[in-house]
Design a protein around this ligand. Structure first.
Ligand code: ADP
Ligand code: MG
Length: 604
């Protein structure tokens, strides 16, 4: 074929592919236009997951009748002009591509009344073919209805999910926008049923309550906007008593623009390290402010990603803020503080147990029979063990840079060992009931703090192996070793490169010595590396490394312990900083409250 310029129609449909991928992208573009038009209400109606129709109604500035047709031309925008600096853009839109893109792959009806006109106007574009402007009665604002999306692009249609799937994408996208714009009242209805509603009070907590419900809102912690004016973050993050099984509950905005950023989500996730069990994720809204010139929003057709000039700085501002508020509140770990202030009813609901350190770590701990033996639902626990206030003694944690170590000491009640159960749990009696201690989790906590203290003081001990072990590394693992060699040495590993993909392990951290010798040492080293493979960098990395060493030097579930060994372990646990959770955030201790035991036995 000879080289020729594509027709406008074809060029638009190709371009539309970049901006409009699915119904949720239509909703995003239309709602962003409503927000740019300073709307205070945005109502979205969906039929058939958006494939049948999407209607967005706003009460914004409106479009003058004589500009309505222009709005649908490619690269037509009222938001920038020749004098604009493409870096510092304050509006959500600026490319002038959304309306033409949408109308090239759907039938679009726009009705708008501009603030300063007497009457509204109606304009119809049918898969790229425009009609004439008609006058129409309308309230101030804009109503855009998009129907038959992609019926002229069968390839696109084929890639759409079920109506339910597309709707849930729309819902989570709108939820995120509602969180970033708490002063706008949003609603979403699908096939006539309301799915989401926020009141637009301007308070983030109200918006969050509208999106996730009042129960969740009660368990959110407020991020304090940082000191530095240029880079700051505010928002809400879930207390460790609340978590989700996937990453979709993290909303991030930069200078008011909703963005997706793997790195920033990861920064948030990592801030919870030690506060949440593995594979549990927080609910978070992080609203980042940076100088406008520090972000480039023009790197992604749907503007979902941005580029930061100083990404590491943003990353650490976010992490520090979250770490600070988590350390300061540490709600699930604070048995001692809660009891001292008399504010915590350890167990109010009959027929359930209270987990001292937080959540139940898995289904295995829940029996299906009713009544006494039933372990509580984590949401119940979190409500009961949530503290109303920040405990004293933890203020120094926020904002001074030393946010990573919690100097506030948790207390464990004095426990008398009764025996061991299932070769895994130490059964004990305390002042307020019966306590079960997970022997591995407890020992892990003890070892973690020992190993960490030595590491911090640069006094880790190393134990030479009688026979050095040779290990073959997985592809890419050598880079991890080289990158972190300093920290590995500092904690007591003596390793040497041996060919391209193998290592010789000559010595091991002393804590590991009894459990890892000879080939065992190599195996443990490999396992530690595995656990650290994508474990971030800096402090997070060393914490994970220490946790992993602690894990491998601790007693396992299934190991028989004598009464004396049980007692020793409990004494050691009493002395650590945070006895109530293991370094990965799982509880070490679970309590059965004496009041409930008495109630269950009908003694009162
Ligand atoms: P962009 O948002 O990048 O400017 P669009 O194609 O999304 O491009 O919209 C084109 C123009 O139409 C906008 O610049 C704006 O002037 C106008 N417009 C679109 N939607 C609305 C709305 N809901 N309220 C007011 N004006 C709107
Ligand atoms: Mg737009």
């Amino acid at each position: 074929m000879p080289i020729q310029v594509l027709s406008d129609d074809l060029a638009s449909r190709i371009a539309a592919g970049e901006v409009i991928e699915r119904p949720a992208s239509v909703v995003k573009e239309l709602v962003e236009n409503s927000l740019d038009a300073k709307s205070t209400r945005v109502d979205v109606h969906i039929v058939g997951g958006g494939a049948q129709s999407i209607t967005v109604v706003d009460n914004g500035l409106g479009i003058p009748a004589n500009e309505l047709a222009t709005a649908f031309q490619r690269f037509a925008t009222s938001k920038i002009d020749e004098s604009s600096d493409l870096i510092s853009i304050g509006t959500l839109g600026f490319r002038g591509e959304a309306l033409p893109s949408i109308s090239s792959v759907a039938r679009v009806e726009a009705i708008s009344k501009h603030a300063e006109s007497d009457a509204g106007a109606r304009y119809l574009v049918d898969f790229g073919k425009s009609n004439s402007i008609e006058s129409a009665g309308a309230p101030q604002g804009t109503r855009i209805e998009v129907s038959g999306l992609f019926t002229n692009v069968p390839a696109r249609l084929k890639f759409l999910g079920s109506a339910g799937r597309e709707l849930s994408r729309i819902q989570s996208m709108l939820a995120s926008l509602a969180l970033v714009y708490p002063h706008v009242a949003f609603s979403l209805s699908a096939d006539g049923r309301e799915r989401l509603r926020t009141i637009g009070s301007g308070k983030l907590i109200d918006a969050l309550s509208g999106v996730y419900g009042a129960k969740v809102a009660e368990q959110m912690l407020e991020l304090e906007p940082g000191e530095s004016a240029a880079f700051s973050v505010d928002g809400l993050v879930s207390s460790p008593s609340l978590s989700r099984s996937n990453r979709t509950y993290m909303t991030i905005s930069v200078n008011g623009r909703l963005i997706q950023s793997r790195r920033l989500s990861y920064a948030i996730e990592q801030a919870y390290y030690g506060f949440l069990p593995e594979r549990r994720f927080p609910i978070a809204v992080a609203r980042i402010q940076t100088p406008l010139g520090d972000v480039d929003a023009n790197v992604h057709p749907a503007k979902a990603e941005v580029r930061f000039l100083r990404e590491d700085l943003v990353y650490s501002v976010v992490q520090r803020a979250i770490r600070g508020v988590l350390s300061a509140s540490a709600p699930v770990h604070e048995l001692g503080a809660g009891r001292a202030s008399g504010s915590i009813g350890l167990l109010r609901k009959p027929g359930s147990a209270t987990i001292v350190g937080g959540r139940s770590s898995g289904n295995s701990e829940r029996s299906t029979s009713s009544g006494f033996s039933q372990w509580p639902d984590p949401s119940l626990i979190s409500e009961q063990s949530r503290l109303p206030e920040t405990p004293t003694g933890a203020e120094s944690e926020s904002g001074d840079g030393s946010v990573s170590t919690n100097t506030h000491k948790e207390t464990l009640p004095v426990l008398r060992v009764i025996g061991q159960s299932h070769e895994t749990y130490i059964l004990t009696e305390g002042p307020d009931g019966v306590y079960l201690v997970d022997q591995h989790a407890a020992h892990e906590r003890v070892m973690f703090e020992q190993v960490r203290d030595r590491f911090d003081k640069n006094s880790s001990e190393s134990q030479p192996l009688l026979e050095p072990a040779t290990v073959d590394l997985a592809p890419g693992a050598m880079t991890t070793v080289q990158e972190h060699l300093e920290n590995l040495k500092r904690v007591g590993w003596g390793v040497e490169e041996f060919g391209t993909n193998s290592l010789i392990v000559r010595s091991v951290p002393a804590a590991l010595a009894t459990r890892a010798s000879g080939d065992g040492a190599g195996q443990v080293f490999l396992r530690v590396l595995d656990e650290l493979r994508d474990g971030g960098s800096g402090e997070t990395w060393s914490n994970r490394m220490l946790a992993s060493i602690a894990c491998h030097s601790s007693v396992r579930a299934g190991q028989i312990l004598s009464i004396d060994e049980c007692k020793d372990l409990i004494r050691l646990l009493e002395q650590v900083q945070r006895p109530n959770t293991c370094p990965h955030g799982r509880p070490t201790v679970i309590q059965l409250n004496i009041n409930d035991i008495e109630r269950e036995f009908k003694r009162r």
